[in-house]
Design a protein around this ligand. Structure first.
Ligand code: IFM
Length: 524
């Protein structure tokens, strides 16, 4: 009967909120929206979907936009689940694993080895990206080249590795995860070619996350060369592929290498690509979004704002005028800056050093400034990434973009897209800005790192997070941070704060003065 169902429904939600809530003290509207976002996440994917063949559609199950298709948006969604209901991430990664054979066939169809996951996918795992799309502003149907966004593959490999690093689930890595990473790595290495002139490897004819650029101006063939995001992420994937092999138990390792017919020579080439991948720069250490980006024209931002007011969808505006964004230094959403979203400054420096480039972390703010000025934020994911990358250099601006991202759906900031379905990536992204970005929560080699940079105006933050089977309570303001292990089933956890590693025992609390050091608890 209704009463009984209502009671059990309430009980389930109570239990979920205990794990999944993120609180901002005395902040009615941001708190309400955060909970709305968490609610949508938990009703799109839930414990009820574990063990079902379910993936994460970009617009949830709330409208017909994108026809329920799955893109790369889980990159923004899994970090929240990893720290609360990791079983759910595991189950959602299996959705990808079940489609590995189809991805292999897609690679074969292009004359490649390994696995090529589709940019847009549905139940049968084939590429579902439309061939034409309508510009409602001009009424014209235009070729849709977005399937060239190979970076969905990098996102899947990244997600597998992050899940493994957060949970330590070696059984998953061994049975499913490593195989996916290796097959993706193999495909990426296969589309990488060697340029004798530059003595470097390169990837030609792809698209990065910025969907305004699908080719060179006046070129008949779609695709761009040496998209920095794709190239650097390829190096990352090749590196984790080699690490994944090392992480497997010897017997399983031998079996997998044998099954995939993955010889030492092929792995040596991966090493070589990782050392010699090409990234193009211009100006003062500005990473070029793709080769010859610097030759594009600057865009008349002021003029277009004056003429059209809302210029988020510049692609449509320009096409309706008979022009194309391909001519200009404009972007719909973060592309180069995705690198600073996914990796810390130290990780970025290590990747570039490995590739043989001197890229100093001091150059990061210049890159952020350069691309932020040239973005129209035509995707709701854009505010998330820009808020995140600004959190170290300009906290007030980061917070302002966080607030803008919060409004994405409740205020339908794109002017008419929310009734077609919520933007789940952006919703999860807002929650993750609090969860991992402002707290500086990272996981490396069995250590939980706290590297907070909390904006002064952020109200006191409370959350719970699960790491390696232990539940932690975290509170933070711009001045202090505490972490308590109140329901620890296991031994002490290593917590790193300002280059010191502390042991946090079950039941113990560590408190830090963010200007100085530890206030209480833990052992060095
Ligand atoms: O995956 C995104 C893409 O990055 C921008 N356009 C919308 C897609 C689905 O959310």
């Amino acid at each position: 009967g209704f009463d009984e169902l209502f009671h059990s429904h309430n009980r389930q939600w109570d239990q979920l909120w205990k794990r999944c809530d993120i609180r901002l003290e005395d902040s009615a509207r941001p708190q309400m929206i955060l909970r709305l976002h968490i609610f949508h996440l938990l009703q799109t994917v839930s414990r009820n979907t574990i063990d079902l063949d379910v993936g994460v559609p970009a617009r949830g199950w709330h409208g017909e936009a994108y026809r329920g298709h799955i893109f790369w948006d889980e990159l923004f969604i899994f970090p929240y689940l990893n720290l609360r209901i990791p079983n759910l991430t595991r189950s959602l990664l299996l959705y990808r694993y079940r489609r590995l054979n189809l991805a292999r066939r897609a690679a074969q169809a292009e004359g490649r080895r390994g696995a090529l996951y589709p940019w847009q996918s549905g139940s049968n795992g084939r590429e579902e990206t439309q061939h034409l799309h309508l510009n409602p502003k001009s009424g014209r149907w235009l070729p849709d080249n977005t399937r060239l966004q190979r970076h969905v593959n990098h996102a899947i490999a990244y997600n597998v590795w992050q899940y493994y690093k957060t949970t330590g689930d070696t059984e998953f890595l061994s049975t499913y995860g490593a195989e996916m990473i290796l097959e993706i790595a193999r495909f990426l290495a296969h589309i990488t070619t060697f340029n004798e002139k530059h003595d470097r490897y390169e990837i030609l004819g792809v698209m990065g996350p910025d969907e305004y650029h699908d080719g060179y101006p006046d070129s008949e063939t779609p695709g761009l060369n040496n998209n920095a995001y794709t190239n650097v992420m390829t190096v990352y994937v090749l590196r984790i592929a080699l690490k994944a092999i090392e992480s497997l138990a010897p017997g399983r390792r031998d079996d997998l290498l044998e099954t995939l017919d993955l010889e030492q020579a092929e792995r040596n080439r991966w090493q070589d690509i990782a050392r010699k991948m090409r990234v193009v720069f211009h100006g003062d250490q500005i990473i070029s979004q793709f080769e010859a980006y610097d030759q594009l024209q600057e865009f008349d931002w002021e003029g277009y704002r004056e003429k059209y007011g809302d210029i988020q969808r510049l692609d449509r505006i320009l096409e309706a005028e008979g022009d194309t964004p391909n001519r200009y230094k404009v972007s719909k959403q973060a592309d180069v800056l995705m690198l600073f979203y996914l990796f810390s400054a130290e990780e970025i420096q290590e990747l570039f050093t490995q590739m043989g480039y001197d890229f100093e972390p001091e150059s990061i703010p210049g890159n952020i400034d350069y691309y932020l000025k040239r973005s129209s934020h035509g995707s709701t994911l854009s505010n998330i990434v820009h808020s995140w990358v600004l959190s170290r250099s300009d906290r007030p601006r980061s917070l302002a973009l966080f607030h803008k991202a919060l409004e994405s759906d409740v205020s339908d900031i794109q002017g008419g897209t929310t009734h077609e379905g919520i933007h789940l990536g952006a919703m999860a992204g807002t929650v993750d800005i609090l969860q991992r970005c402002y707290t500086g929560l990272e996981f490396h080699d069995d250590i939980l790192f706290l590297n907070p940079h909390i904006p002064d105006d952020l109200p006191k933050l409370y959350m719970r997070a699960k790491y390696r089977g232990n539940w932690f309570d975290i509170t933070a303001t711009s001045e202090t941070m505490t972490i308590t292990c109140d329901q620890c089933e296991r031994e002490a956890t290593k917590i790193s704060f300002q280059n010191t590693v502390y042991a946090l025992n079950p039941g113990d609390t560590l408190a830090f003065d963010l200007g100085k050091k530890r206030l209480k608890g833990g052992a060095d």
